[in-house]
Design a protein around this ligand. Structure first.
Ligand SMILES: [Zn+2]
Length: 135
């Protein structure tokens, strides 16, 4: 079985539009998962600490519907990537990666309908050896 297809059907059998919520509920977003593809973790210095299981959509498929003013932006190193978290509960909600700022990565753990423990194979993004850091 094609594992990517399996992951896709696992998520999409619920619905295409899903709601992401931080822990305290002050921040919410709607995600259009129509073009959803991969599920990943990342070994870069920040993702290693967060430990979140993530996925990616285009920026236009990710809309903050509540609590935009509660979001805090964190940046480091090249200050290209934008890492957002709820300023009240501290939960990582989403980010715009350095490698492609037109995409939004989001925390699958923030979607109630998805059991992130059900994914058997999760890709590892090698953010530790970021292509933009290579000389
Ligand atoms: Zn919160």
């Amino acid at each position: 079985m094609d594992i990517e297809k399996h992951r896709y059907s696992y998520l999409t059998k619920f619905k295409i539009m899903m709601r992401l919520k931080c822990h305290c509920g002050m921040v919410e977003a709607e995600i259009n998962l129509e073009n959803f593809n991969k599920i990943l973790r990342c070994n870069c210095s920040i993702c290693k600490r967060k430990g979140a299981i993530m996925s990616m959509v285009k920026n236009e498929d990710f809309v903050i519907t509540k609590g935009k003013e509660k979001l805090k932006l964190y940046q480091f190193h090249s200050k290209v990537a934008k890492h957002y978290f709820c300023s009240n509960c501290g939960i990582y909600t989403h980010h715009n990666p350095r490698s492609n700022p037109l995409m939004t990565g989001f925390n699958i753990g923030c979607i109630d309908e998805v059991d992130s423990f059900k994914f058997d194979k999760i890709s590892i993004n090698d953010g530790l050896n970021h292509p933009l850091d290579k000389k």
